[in-house]
Design a binder for this molecule. Structure first.
Ligand code: FES
Length: 141
């Protein structure tokens, strides 16, 4: 699974010539010096075991977030369709989807700040925001 112009595509069914001039993002390109938020949440919630399916899940979820900044758990589940996991029994994956959805509800308040903050600083702010409530969060940035 890769993102072609920010939309998920099966890499095994996409010919190189179809991508000429288009932006390609792989699992390796979405995180440089720290994990992407989706990867971090999968790690914390036990969303994988062997990790074979995880790159496809993460890229698919990135595609959902590129289309919708505040997805519901159902939106995220639909975005994962076609990705199969043979290990986890989906409990950890579903917990991850709930956290991603919750995280992105708060994320919409911080879209202007997120690119400038390290993950741990961002997480601390989000934690403070949870204590303040969403109305107060709107006024922070
Ligand atoms: S973690 Fe092994 S296939 Fe999903």
């Amino acid at each position: 699974m890769v993102l072609v112009n920010r939309k998920p595509h099966n890499s095994c069914l996409t010919m190189a010539y179809q991508c000429e001039g288009k932006r390609i993002e792989t699992i390796e390109s979405i995180s440089e010096d720290r994990l992407d938020q989706i990867q971090q949440i999968f790690l914390e919630e036990g969303g994988f075991q062997c990790g074979y399916c995880t790159p496809g899940m993460v890229i698919s979820l990135k595609g959902v977030l590129n289309e919708c900044s505040n997805p519901t758990v159902e939106d995220l589940k639909v975005g994962l369709s076609g990705n199969l996991c043979r290990c986890t029994g989906y409990g950890g994956i579903l917990r991850s989807l709930e956290r991603i959805s919750e995280y992105n509800k708060e994320y919409v308040y911080f879209t202007r700040c997120k690119d400038f903050l390290a993950w741990d600083v961002y997480e601390r702010i989000i934690s403070d925001v949870r204590n303040l409530g969403p109305t107060s969060a709107k006024t922070i940035c």
